[in-house]
Ligand binder design. Sequence first.
Ligand SMILES: NC(=O)c1ccc[n+]([C@@H]2O[C@H](COP(=O)([O-])OP(=O)(O)OC[C@H]3O[C@@H](n4cnc5c(N)ncnc54)[C@H](O)[C@@H]3O)[C@@H](O)[C@H]2O)c1
Length: 296
Amino acid sequence: MAEIKTLAVVGSGQMGSGIAQLGAMYGLDVWLVDTDSDALLRATNSISSSIQRFVSKSHLSQAAGSDALRRIKCTANLEDLHSADVIIEAIVESENVKKKLFSELDKIAKASAILASNTSSISITRLASATSRPRQVIGMHFMNPPPIMKLVEIVRGADTSEETFSATKALAERFGKIVICSQDYSGFIVNRILMPMINEAFFTLYTGVATKEDIDTGMKLGTNHPMGPLELADFIGLDVCLSIMRVLHVGLGDNKYAPCPLLVQYVDAGRLGRKRGIGVYDYRKVSEPVKPSPRL
Ligand SMILES: NC(=O)c1ccc[n+]([C@@H]2O[C@H](COP(=O)([O-])OP(=O)(O)OC[C@H]3O[C@@H](n4cnc5c(N)ncnc54)[C@H](O)[C@@H]3O)[C@@H](O)[C@H]2O)c1
C-alpha cells in the first residue's frame, strides 16, 4: 500500500479524540469528524490539554506540539474524507449505526483507503459486509486513553487482506504501540475477558455482597489491578460496557454474559460514568471545606 499521509477519525469522543491526537503527534494530517459540534469543541480542548501535558513532561517539544495541533482539522462533513488513506471509525457502539456509516464511507473514500473500526466488540465481518471493499476493512482497537495505552488489538474480518493487515499493523507500530491480533469473535481478546469481570463486579454490588469501595479495593490490592472494576467501568463508560455485554450475550449465545440489571438501570438513568459526572461513583461532589468549629 502507498504511504499513509492522511488519517481520518470519525467520532470525536474519548476514543476518537485520542486517536486523532496520536495521528497528528506522529506526523499525519488528520481529519476529525463528528455530527455533534459540541463534541468537536470538547475534543479540540482535550487534545490541546493532553498535548500540553506531553510538552510539560518533555515528551514532546513545544514546536512539535504546536505542529501536531495544526495538523488536525475538524469537520461535520464526511465528504471531506475523500482524500484520507485510512479512516478509523470511533462512533457509538451500535452495529446498525456503524454499518450505516461504513456504507457511507465506502462511497466517499478513495478506492485504496482502509476502513478501520475501533469497535470494542462488534463483528468486523458484518461491518465489512456494509461495504464493497471487505478486503480493506479491519478492526483497530485502541485502549483508553489512546495516546497513553500501549496496546492495539487488531481484528481481522473474514475477508480482510494480508495487505490491509500489514498496513494497519505498521500504522499502530508507527504510533509506538504493541500489536496483538484477534480473530473476529464477539469481544475479541481483551473485552471477552475484561467485560465479564466488570459485569460480575456489578452483580457483586447488586446482590449486596459488598460495597463498591470494598469491591474495587479488593481487586486493586488483592489482584494488583491498577483500577477496581467499577472504577474502570466508570472510566470506560457504562453505556459502552453494557453494549459490549449485549454483543457478547447475543454473539456467544451463553446466558453467563447476560448484563447485570444494575448496569442496565444505571445506563437507563443516564449514569454513564465519568463522562457524565456520575456512574457507580459520583464525580460531581465538590468537597466541602472543613470549617473550624466555633470556640464558645
Ligand atoms: N470508552 C472506551 O474505553 C473505549 C475503549 C476502546 C474502544 N471503544 C470504542 O470506541 C468507540 C467510541 O467510544 P467512546 O468511548 O469514544 O464514545 P463517546 O460516546 O465518547 O464518543 C462517540 C462520539 O461519536 C459521535 N457520533 C455518534 N454517531 C456519529 C456519526 N454517525 N457520525 C459521526 N459522529 C458520530 C458522538 O457525537 C460522540 O462524540 C465505541 O465503538 C467504543 O466501543 C471505547
